[in-house]
Design a protein around this ligand. Structure first.
Ligand code: NGS
Length: 284
């Protein structure tokens, strides 16, 4: 499996010391970072105060070795504080165990419109590339928790569907083109497919549309085996599906090249470096 993973920007070398060995070489386990699905504000504050090596804005990298993998993790968000707390509490510890050089970026949509997951990812990508560029992105839902440490949070040569074995689907793929949840893709590939569509307001379709874009560009998709790509989905009420999603998907099959990153518009309402994440609040 490690051979499939792309190393961070070519040419990067540790200035002092050595590359990290990472987990597949050390066989650590998740012991010690068990998942707690009820994290209060107080618990998260205690975690923040006690956690070492997370810099303001929610970035971290190993201190005693040079990580082979550097990634920006973008999380679209609105009104799910309980899940965000659980996600941050778990994911920081998980990524630190994996010895990844990472930053967590939360992109929060203002209340006026229906939630637009794809567009929030596009904004997170564009804004992050301006401020803290990375060759590798993970587009990640806040309600998904990776359960195997071997699911290294890095990019592969082909775009990777990370969350292909989710507990709510009995760890099976519900259909072969499913491409939602958590996806890793290089910046170069993401740019080449013109990102996500901006047109999906409401639940559903934007991830299938991304799969279409990736297939059209013949990039291929990779998934790791079931016991590696295992996730727990945190409980939440089912979102109301967007009734227009099939029409939009059909239309996008023609216009995807001119609809996405290249015609993205939004208003940044605020930009804040929180202790455990970088927060971008946007109006779409
Ligand atoms: C499909 C949706 C996807 C969604 C997937 C799984 O039906 O956007 O279900 O959803 N596609 C359409 O509606 C066209 S889940 O059960 O994980 O919420 O990702």
């Amino acid at each position: 499996m490690p051979n499939h993973l792309l190393l961070r920007e070519s040419g990067s070398q540790p200035i002092n010391g050595n590359f990290c060995f990472h987990l597949y070489e050390r066989q650590l386990s998740l012991e010690g970072i068990e998942l707690n699905v009820n994290i209060s504000d107080v618990v998260l504050k205690t975690f923040t105060n006690s956690s070492k090596n997370i810099t303001i804005g929610g970035a971290s990298k190993p201190v005693d070795c040079f990580s082979k993998y550097r990634v920006n993790i973008v999380v679209p968000y609105r009104r799910r504080p309980e899940q965000l707390r659980v996600f941050l509490h778990y994911l920081h510890r998980y990524l630190q165990l994996q010895e990844i050089d990472y930053r967590i970026i939360v992109v929060e949509q203002s209340p006026e419109m229906h939630f637009n997951r794809g567009k929030l990812f596009n904004v997170g990508f564009v804004e992050s590339q301006k401020r803290f560029p990375s060759d590798c992105y993970i587009f990640h839902d806040v309600d998904l928790i990776p359960l195997s440490l071997n699911n290294i949070y890095a990019c592969t040569k082909m775009p990777r569907h990370l969350s292909s074995a989710v507990d709510t689907f009995d760890y099976e793929l519900p259909y072969c083109g499913i491409f939602g949840g958590a996806v890793a893709i290089t910046s170069q590939h993401f740019q080449s497919i013109n990102g996500f569509s901006n047109l999906f307001y409401g639940w559903g379709g934007e991830d299938d549309d991304l799969y279409f874009r990736v297939s059209q560009a013949e990039l291929g998709v990779v998934r790791f085996e079931k016991n590696v790509a295992k996730y727990k989905m945190l409980r939440h009420e089912k979102e109301v599906p967007n009734p227009n999603r099939f029409v939009t998907m059909k239309k996008n099959k023609i216009i995807h090249a001119v609809e996405g990153l290249n015609n993205l518009n939004y208003t940044m309402l605020s930009y804040e470096l929180k202790s455990l994440y970088t927060l971008m609040r946007v109006h779409l």
